[in-house]
Ligand binder design. Sequence first.
Ligand code: TXA
Ligand code: MG
Length: 352
Amino acid sequence: MNTMETVIVNLSETTEYDSIYRSAGEVIRKGGLVAFPTETVYGIGANALDEEAILKIYEAKGRPSDNPLIMHISDVDWLADYAARISDKALSLMEAFWPGPLTMVFDKTDKVPARITGGLDTVAIRMPSHPVAKGIIRHAGVPVAAPSANLSGKPSPTRGQHVIDDLSGRVDMIVNGGKAELGLESTVLDVTGEVPCILRPGSITRSMIEEVIGPVSYDAHLKDASMIPKSPGMKYRHYAPKGELRIVSGDNEDSVIGYIKEEARRLMKDGRSVGIITPEHAKEAFDASMIESIGHIDNPKEIGSNLFKILRKMDDRGIDDIFSFEFKGEEVTVAIMNRLIKAAGHRIIRVD
Ligand code: TXA
Ligand code: MG
């Protein structure tokens, strides 16, 4: 593919925002594809009520897929058309976290096309807080299906340039709004049952949700999300960089550093290039040409917002072998480790 002419709009202080929202909204309403920033990651948006348009999303991402998509709305009034039942707990969560990085899974109405839900009886809906996302959806006047705007197999895009790299020639329009602030996809919470269930951890953490509605659970595959899984070996690679990524875990940081240094030396002797994802405080321990500092260990928001950018940078630099520290502490690291472990294809090395 790469045949389409893509209009790239670089937002700046002098941009006439309303006219961009209007033209982007019109492209979507008429069945085209627009990539735009949200507060989590960039999305490729299409009219969620138009099955043909939804098919184009999969084509643009380079993968036929039955993975269900999130329907994005700009106004809570739209919800009743698509969610068949809205529980009191869901209402409280909407009040607390919408607009924002929380996606909720509801029983769907007949107005939701099967193409967006992959044939499920439920639909995932979110109301983003990013002004550009809101503006475009509002002007489209229809709910917008929007998966992350990466080519299949690549880390989610958190900078406009990532989207330009991946999707030029594949979508009608790219709205470049710089950095997507949070850098991790939204929390996905199933609110169809009595006890809501977190399907994908994100910046809205379990305890933030529980503070509003009481106990929620983690989906079975996330039960250990706060910990490194005991039995690596799942082959599922998701946000994968091209290089071979391993997470090095251990309670003693000196041992972690020692292990990575030793391995780096061994691999480089074999002619391989090595990259290291390190917290700011540990970077001095390594050769400067190898490191990518992901941020300060006591600032998980910074780490979350840099993660996918750094994975992409490793690819741009053609790195063969990547080592990452493990990140623990505040609860948002559950989401960070969830993405990092997938990117590493569950390759985790314990050094204690
Ligand atoms: O932050 C985000 O959510 C971004 C931005 C663009 O809004 N979007 C995003 O979309 O991450 P995507 O397609 O990459 O991920 C959607 C997630 C998948 O894990 C999918 O399985 C889940 O939402 N999902 C969608 N519909 C669902 C449903 N009916 N039931 C359960 N999970 C669902
Ligand atoms: Mg995605």
